[in-house]
Design a protein around this ligand. Structure first.
Ligand SMILES: [Zn+2]
Length: 203
């Protein structure tokens, strides 16, 4: 943080904390800080309470790592009308929402929590990979569909997991070819994801 903020220690601290939030583009830092320091005190109280409440109550589903609140398992894992033997593996929960919007998939999910990235210190233990491998070895799963994003990291993560489960008696597939490389399921339209699911190919 620039030394020009030395006479504004509180603002400097706010900017320093905002800077730690991933995805908050640095060009927006000052706008967000301005919004905060000019907001009504009750708005700031509401924001602080929402942050604390989310941190305290939002947990991971013990099966698939979807978000849950006040439950051990999520609404998808506890939905008896859904297929229990098919698991769709996604990177993040927003990818799961994109697939849910297609209404094409009626199985369960496994949310990895990201992708392998050794340079950033993200290995299998930082994701829910070991839990996925345990699910695959539980004898209750028949099919795994990899729906990681079509990026080098997404492909490498799927390949790593596949290498750990390929000795299991499972049908393993991945989304169809043709998804734009480097894109994200989160931002794909429903029809594209629907077609990628229907056209899935053996791993
Ligand atoms: Zn779940």
């Amino acid at each position: 943080m620039s030394r020009s903020f030395d006479h504004l220690p509180s603002l400097k601290r706010l900017l320093t904390e905002l800077q730690k939030i991933p995805y908050l583009a640095s060009k927006n830092l000052y706008r967000v800080a301005t919004h905060i320091v000019t907001s009504q005190p009750e708005k700031i109280d509401q924001l602080c309470q929402a942050l604390e409440q989310a941190k305290q109550y939002v947990k991971n589903c013990r099966e698939c790592f979807n978000w849950v609140e006040g439950q051990q398992v999520c609404s998808i894992c506890s939905d008896d009308s859904r297929e229990t033997k098919v698991i769709c593996v996604v990177e993040m929960w927003q990818d799961m929402f994109s697939i849910e919007r297609t209404r094409q998939f009626r199985g369960r999910y496994h949310i990895l929590g990201g992708v392998l990235c050794p340079l950033e210190g993200i290995g299998p233990d930082q994701l829910s990979i070991n839990q996925l491998i345990m699910r695959c070895k539980s004898g209750t799963i028949q099919e795994i569909i990899f729906a990681t994003n079509p990026t080098p990291e997404g492909e490498a993560t799927a390949s790593f997991i596949y290498s750990k489960i390929q000795d299991q008696d499972l049908i393993v597939s991945r989304l169809a070819n043709g998804l734009p490389m480097g894109s994200s399921l989160e931002f794909m339209d429903r029809v594209t994801i629907h077609e990628a699911l229907v056209g899935r190919r053996p791993f």
